[in-house]
Design a binder for this molecule. Structure first.
Ligand SMILES: [Zn+2]
Length: 438
C-alpha cells in the first residue's frame, strides 16, 4: 500500500513535470548550434561558381532561396539583429561606425568590438540569454560578442584585430578546428563564428568579378573542411549548423556611366550640419545645426538618385524611426550610388547599405544537422526570424524579440529537438501508465 502511494505520487509528479513543458532529463536531447556568418555573401554568389560543398549542403540540409537583412544593410546592425532578434531601432546599433554626435567621435566596426557602450543598449543577445539558462557559449570574431551586456560577458570570446587580414584560408581552417574542439572537448552549446569575406573582396574588386568568384571557391572549400571537421570530432549527430550573412553587395556606379552624388553640391555641409556620417556606401546620417533641419531636408529633397527622410517620417518597414541614437536626417542612395560628402573619395568598386528590398542586398541562408530537414528549399524570409529558430534548436526561452518562429520552423524536422510535441506524447504515455497502474 505504501509502495503504491509513492508510485502514484512519483507518476503524478512526472506527469505534471512533463505537462509543464520541462525537458524529461536536463538537456539530454539538446543539440549544439554553430552559427557561421560570411560577411557580404550575396544570395546568388554561388550561382556562377562551381561550389560542390555548398551544393552538397543543400542536399543534406536546408537552403532558403535568399533572406532579407534589416534596414540598414551593414555589418554591425545586421549581425546584431540576427543575434538578438530585434529590429535596429530596438537594439540601437544604428551604423557600422560607432559615433557620438556630441563629441563628433567616429570609430569603424573593428575598433568598436569591445566597446560595450555601443552594443549594450538594454537588449540581450542570444549568448547571454543562453548562458542565463545554463548553456555554455562562445563568440569567435562575431560582431557584438566581445561587449558586456548588463555587466555579463560571453563565456569565451575571440576578437579580430583591426587590420588583421581576413582572407587567410589556413587560418580559416584553424579557426574551425578551434571551434570544433570547444564543442567536442569542452562541451560548448553555442558558438558564433564570423568571417570577413567575401565582403572585403566585394568592396575592393566588385561583386561581378573573377576575384569574387575566387573567394567564393575558397569559402566553398572551407564549408567542405567544416563538414570533415564535424565528422572528425564525432559531432554529426549533435551539432546543428546555420550558415548565413549580413547583407549583399552591388557594383558601385561611377562616371561616365552616372553623375556621382556629392551632397555638398546641394547644401553647405559645414554651415548647416553639425555631425555627419557619409562616404560609406548607400546609407548616410546627418545632424543639422539647431534650427536648420527644414533647410537641410529641403536642400537634399531636390537631389537626384537619393531619398532623404526625417527620422520620425521614416517608413515603418525600415524599423528605424524609434531609435534614440539615430540622427534626425537619414539619406538612402539609389542602388549603386555612393553617398559622398564633399569629394568622391570612396574608391570601393562594390558596396552595400542600400534598401533591403533590393535583390543585390539579399543574402544566403543554409542549415544542416540533426534538427534540420534534408534537401529542403525554403522560401525567402527576414533574417530577424533566425533568432527564434536558434532558441528553438537550443531549447531555451527566447528573450523578448521581434522575430516569429512561424517563419522558420518549417526548416526543422520536428519543430526542433526535444519538441513540445515529444514532451506531450511522453506526458500522455505516463498518464496512460498511471491510470493502468492505479
Ligand atoms: Zn562591407
Amino acid at each position: 500500500m505504501k509502495m503504491k502511494t509513492s508510485l502514484r505520487l512519483f507518476l503524478l509528479v512526472a506527469v505534471a513535470t512533463c505537462a509543464a513543458g520541462k525537458p524529461l532529463s536536463k538537456a539530454a536531447d539538446r543539440n549544439k548550434l554553430l552559427l557561421v556568418s560570411f560577411d557580404g555573401f550575396r544570395w546568388d554568389y554561388d550561382q556562377d561558381v562551381d561550389t560542390p560543398h555548398l551544393d552538397q549542403l543543400a542536399r543534406d540540409g536546408v537552403k532558403a532561396k535568399y533572406i532579407t537583412p534589416p534596414m540598414l544593410t551593414m555589418t554591425s546592425p545586421s549581425h546584431f539583429t540576427t543575434i538578438t532578434g530585434r529590429w535596429v531601432e530596438d537594439h540601437e546599433v544604428v551604423h557600422n561606425m560607432m559615433f557620438d554626435p556630441k563629441t563628433n567621435l567616429k570609430l569603424p566596426h573593428k575598433q568598436t568590438l569591445k566597446q560595450s557602450k555601443w552594443w549594450d543598449n538594454g537588449v540581450l543577445p542570444l549568448w547571454i540569454t543562453a548562458q542565463n539558462q545554463g548553456l555554455k557559449t562562445a563568440s569567435f570574431y562575431f560582431p557584438g560578442g566581445a561587449a558586456n551586456y548588463s555587466g555579463q560577458a560571453v563565456d569565451r570570446v575571440r576578437v579580430t584585430d583591426a587590420g588583421h587580414p581576413d582572407d587567410n584560408e589556413t587560418e580559416w581552417r584553424q579557426n574551425i578546428d578551434t571551434v570544433m574542439s570547444w564543442f567536442a572537448d569542452e562541451d560548448f552549446d553555442l558558438v558564433t563564428l564570423y568571417y570577413g569575406e567575401p565582403d572585403n573582396v566585394g568592396h575592393a574588386h566588385g561583386p561581378d568579378t573573377p576575384d569574387r568568384k575566387r573567394i567564393i571557391r575558397q569559402i566553398d572549400r572551407t564549408v567542405g573542411y567544416l563538414r570533415d571537421a564535424i565528422g572528425r570530432h564525432r559531432l554529426n549527430d549533435s551539432l546543428n549548423v546555420i550558415i548565413t550573412s549580413d547583407h549583399g553587395m552591388t557594383t558601385v556606379k561611377k562616371r561616365p556611366q552616372v553623375d556621382e552624388i556629392v551632397l555638398n553640391k546641394y547644401l553647405n555641409l559645414l554651415k548647416l550640419v553639425s555631425f555627419e556620417i557619409l562616404d560609406y556606401g548607400g546609407f548616410g546620417i546627418l545632424t543639422p545645426r539647431p534650427g536648420r533641419e527644414q533647410e537641410v531636408f529641403d536642400a537634399l529633397s531636390g537631389a537626384p538618385n537619393l531619398t532623404v527622410y526625417r527620422k520620425h517620417q521614416l517608413p515603418e518597414s525600415f524599423r528605424l524611426a524609434k531609435s534614440q541614437r539615430l540622427p534626425p536626417i537619414v539619406v538612402v542612395a539609389d542602388l549603386g550610388f555612393n553617398l559622398n560628402s564633399r569629394f568622391i573619395v570612396y574608391v570601393n568598386k562594390g558596396d552595400h547599405g542600400y534598401h533591403n528590398g533590393e535583390m543585390d542586398m539579399k543574402m544566403i541562408f543554409r542549415a544542416f544537422g540533426p534538427d534540420f530537414k534534408k534537401n529542403f528549399v525554403s522560401g525567402p524570409f527576414d533574417s530577424i526570424h533566425i533568432y527564434p529558430l536558434m532558441c528553438k534548436v537550443l531549447q531555451i526561452e527566447p528573450a523578448p524579440h521581434n522575430g516569429s518562429l512561424e517563419q522558420t520552423q518549417d526548416l526543422l524536422l520536428h519543430s526542433g529537438g526535444g519538441s513540445q510535441r515529444g514532451r506531450l506524447s511522453a506526458a500522455l504515455l505516463l498518464l496512460l501508465i498511471t491510470s493502468t497502474l492505479l
